[in-house]
Write a new protein. Sequence first.
Length: 317
Amino acid sequence: MLVLSAIKNVKEDIRARLEADYPELTFSFCHGIEEAKDELPEAEIFITYGEDLNDELVKQAKKLKWIMVLSAGMEKMPFSQIDQQQILVTNARGIHAVPMAEYTFTMLLQVARQTKKVIANERTHTWDRKLTMDEISGKTMVVLGTGAIAQEVARLAQAFRMKTIGVSRTGNPKPHFDETHSVVNWEHMLENADFVVAVLPSTPETIGFLRKEHFQMMPSHAVFLNMGRGDLVATETVLQAVQSEEIAHAVLDVFEEEPLPQDHVLWEEENITVTPHHSGVSPQYQYRAFDIFYENLERYLQGQEEYINKIDPKRGY
């Protein structure tokens, strides 16, 4: 059985562990899809970041039974063809919880404590004690999404004695949230939101989920942070909300167009913080992702039906 990986620079200790624990399997660790595609027709298991497959490559993979996507994002996967060939798909949902929750509070604190201006003053040797500082403790946070990442954000928020409100498709109760609401009845939550944090994936239901009227509902002091997907809200909508002072600040880690062009207006907006889609970056990324693969590989070889993070190809998540 061939287990083929298109993940670049898989850590040596991860490779060694898999090869030592499963000597009956053949592992091929390639440096990207161009190197891997010649072996894909023989692979039974394929490990990918989910952005390199297309219909034609899946059609060629006649022996493929399982795709492990080593990320949470699934929007570029050719699910129609995958579904047609009845290929199992799992992903690494949840592994970003720690770094993305830490990113959230790094960004919220930098807004509250005027970090951008403090650093600018440091560079110009300016001693300015008149900068207005704020606290994030005791505020209200609305989180769009209630999955593993959102739950970790809410857990840390509670350490700051925040009121935590989650929004999801079902509105089912989730750990660390004081309240949860479904997407059918949630907009009124924005009226008292000090922070609105978006961690929603990209699905047909979430594209364009936030609109102009949602920002108008938020208090003028509110901070909006998006680290889910850039197609949740039009860039122009966020820009207008900040420039018209409907909200105080936006922190954006994801965008409709990536990389963000060097001449894009967002770079110059004082009350928008731009980061290059790195909220989930961590030295532990591969280890956490391959731990999920390792557990699912055990289940696969035993012929089990239940898998961690099994994806429904018809829904895309």
